[in-house]
Design a protein around this ligand. Structure first.
Ligand code: SF4
Ligand code: SF4
Length: 72
């Protein structure tokens, strides 16, 4: 799970929607707590700047492309 800090505008969207409270947000900095993140991928397509990515075994996980929608 990576955040491109050059793109991130700390809008807080990923923090608000993460079901595991894995995003730590403090106004001008944001990070993913690896021990909490379950790599569900939900936050990735909602980032308005495309700043979030998940790579598993060097392959990008793109949840909406794989499921044609949000997970049940
Ligand atoms: S949704 Fe994207 S731009 Fe907004 S805080 Fe998260 S990583 Fe940054
Ligand atoms: S991948 Fe899932 S658990 Fe990890 S930060 Fe994003 S929404 Fe939270």
């Amino acid at each position: 799970m990576t955040i491109d800090k050059e793109k991130c505008i700390t809008c807080d969207v990923c923090n608000k929607l993460c079901p595991k409270e894995a995003v730590k947000y403090d106004c001008d900095n944001i990070l993913i707590e690896r021990e909490k993140c379950v790599l569900c991928g939900l936050c990735v397509p909602f980032c308005p700047l495309g700043a979030l990515n998940i790579f598993i075994n060097n392959e990008e996980k793109i949840i909406l492309n794989q499921t044609k929608g949000l997970p049940n």
